[in-house]
Ligand binder design. Structure first.
Ligand SMILES: [Zn+2]
Length: 69
C-alpha cells in the first residue's frame, strides 16, 4: 500500500509512514461515521434548537411559578 500523505510505499502493518511519519489510517467505507461530522451545519441547527427549547422551558417554568403567586 501507499502512504495517503506522501505516497511512499509502506507496509499495511506499519503504524506510521517511514517517509513522512503520517499515521497509517486505512480508510474503511464500512465504518460508521458520525453524522455530525458529515453535516456540521445540521448539528449546529440541532444544537441551537436544543438551546431555544431549553430557554422556552425556563420561561414556561417562570410563568408557572408567577401564576402560583
Ligand atoms: Zn508518508
Amino acid at each position: 500500500m501507499k502512504c495517503l500523505h506522501c505516497g511512499a510505499e509502506m507496509h499495511e502493518s506499519d503504524l506510521y509512514c517511514a517517509n513522512c511519519g503520517t499515521k497509517n489510517e486505512i480508510p474503511s467505507p464500512t465504518e460508521e461515521r458520525n453524522p455530525d461530522e458529515i453535516f456540521p451545519t445540521a448539528y449546529k441547527i440541532r444544537k441551537a434548537t436544543r438551546k431555544i427549547t431549553f430557554v422556552i422551558a425556563i420561561i414556561v417554568a417562570i410563568f408557572k411559578i408567577l401564576g402560583k403567586i
